[in-house]
Design a protein around this ligand. Structure first.
Ligand code: PGA
Ligand code: ZN
Length: 401
């Protein structure tokens, strides 16, 4: 493998029009990789620290870049990521910023794949990578922190569980997105789009459930395979002073557990992310005990892609799935460790975008490399379709169709 020769950092736009960190990694042999950090809006309390991009770049240039250039081999991803951690010197990347760290980590992996002449999923997954493809979870109705005056539940996600291929699944999710627009139109409800491209109508959650039920069943009939749906409740955003605050009502923790358990059965939900607050391992455990045999209870803000928090969850029986967002923890190696620990303990990993995204496609490769059963990366919109279309290309590449 070849040494990193140069690391360049700059600010580019993300999908919300905010600045984010982009990294280029160039190798001595002429290899090149480029990646950009995404950014959350409904961020977990325990995530690695995202610095203001200018600050993150200045600090990474001072502390991390000199340790990488001319010293570290790009193919040794663990060494790249260890070097970033040592350069940072904190537990949460608060010195160089998780945004600088993750951009450099991903750019180095891409440079290595360029040097190898192998696609990124192959470089990351190795020769014995599985042959499965992730089912995409498509956000089609949303509110919470991603849109004002819309649903209290943050995301209603189409899940094409019966799709025979990634390509069919991606098209089914886009069709559900379109069907939702048609149903809203029939009901005389106008809707703008939220940060992830989901429709953000000013309706209550009950109506959103009705619309979803109708939309997925129409698309399932049209496509000839099962399309179900799921949720990201983003419970931590609803939780204040010991209660969950919805539009017109509040629920205690026990009521919240009952409510979500009833929703799972009433709507045949296949996926529920962050049903409870990010500190409530016990609540997660109770809900998992009740419905975990028939749905995924996924920890996003609960686990923040962190092996220590996941270990605690495993011990306490909290959840049966983990959301994996590389920028929540700062490096690809850390994200891989979280996936590995999850899989060893029967937790399904779901590789995920953030609400603020760029055209970067790394997570599509990460999902295939880790053989993850699910990927959550929106349904429509350029920064979302960048990943979805990349998955379609990877599928064609692997299946040689
Ligand atoms: P975020 O939201 O990227 O704004 O944190 C996504 C999620 O909660 O899954
Ligand atoms: Zn979430």
């Amino acid at each position: 493998m070849t040494l990193i020769e140069r690391v360049r950092l700059r600010q580019v736009l993300d999908s919300r029009g905010n600045a984010t960190v982009e990294a280029d990694v160039l190798t001595e042999s002429g290899g090149f990789g480029r990646a950009a950090a995404p950014s959350g809006a409904s961020t977990g309390e325990y995530e690695a620290i995202e610095l203001e991009p200018g600050e993150a770049i200045a600090s990474a240039r001072e502390h991390a870049v000199p340790r990488l250039e001319g010293t570290v081999y790009v193919g040794d991803q663990r060494d790249v990521d260890r070097t970033l951690r040592v350069a940072d010197g904190t537990d949460d990347f608060s010195e160089i910023g998780a945004n600088s760290a993750v951009a450099i980590s991903m750019a180095a992996a891409k440079a290595a794949s360029d040097v190898l002449g192998a696609p990124l999923y192959q470089h990351l997954g190795g020769a014995f990578r599985g042959e499965n493809f992730p089912i995409p979870l498509g956000n089609v109705i949303g509110g919470g922190e991603h849109a004002a005056d819309a649903t209290a539940i943050q995301e209603f996600l189409a899940v094409p569980v019966g799709a025979p291929s990634v390509q069919d699944a991606v098209f089914a999710n886009a069709a559900v997105h379109q069907e939702v627009a048609d149903i809203l139109d029939d009901r005389g409800i106008s809707a703008a789009k939220g940060d992830e491209g989901a429709w953000a109508p000013s309706i209550d959650d009950d109506e959103a459930f009705e619309v979803m039920e109708e939309a997925v069943s129409t698309v399932a009939d049209e496509f000839g395979f099962d399309v179900l749906f799921g949720l990201d409740v983003a419970g931590a955003e609803l939780y204040e002073d010991g209660e969950y605050h919805y539009r017109d009502e509040t629920r205690s923790t026990d009521e919240q557990i009952d409510y979500v358990a009833e929703l799972v059965d009433e709507y045949d939900l296949v996926y529920v992310e962050d049903p409870l607050d990010e500190n409530d391992y016990d609540g997660f455990a109770e809900l998992t005990d009740r419905v975990g045999d028939r749905t995924l209870i996924c920890g996003d803000d609960l686990f923040v892609t962190n092996v220590e928090r996941l270990s605690e969850g495993i011990e306490r029986g909290a959840g049966n799935s983990i959301l994996i967002k590389p920028n929540q923890i700062g490096t690809l190696s850390d994200a891989f460790d979280a996936v590995e620990l999850a899989v060893e303990n029967g937790y399904d990993p779901v590789i995920s975008h953030r609400s603020g995204e760029t055209e970067d496609t790394t997570i599509a490769h990460l999902a295939v490399a880790t053989d993850a059963p699910f990927i959550k990366t929106g349904a429509v919109g350029g920064e979302r379709t960048a990943k979805l279309n990349e998955l379609i290309r990877i599928e064609q590449n692997v299946t040689r169709l």
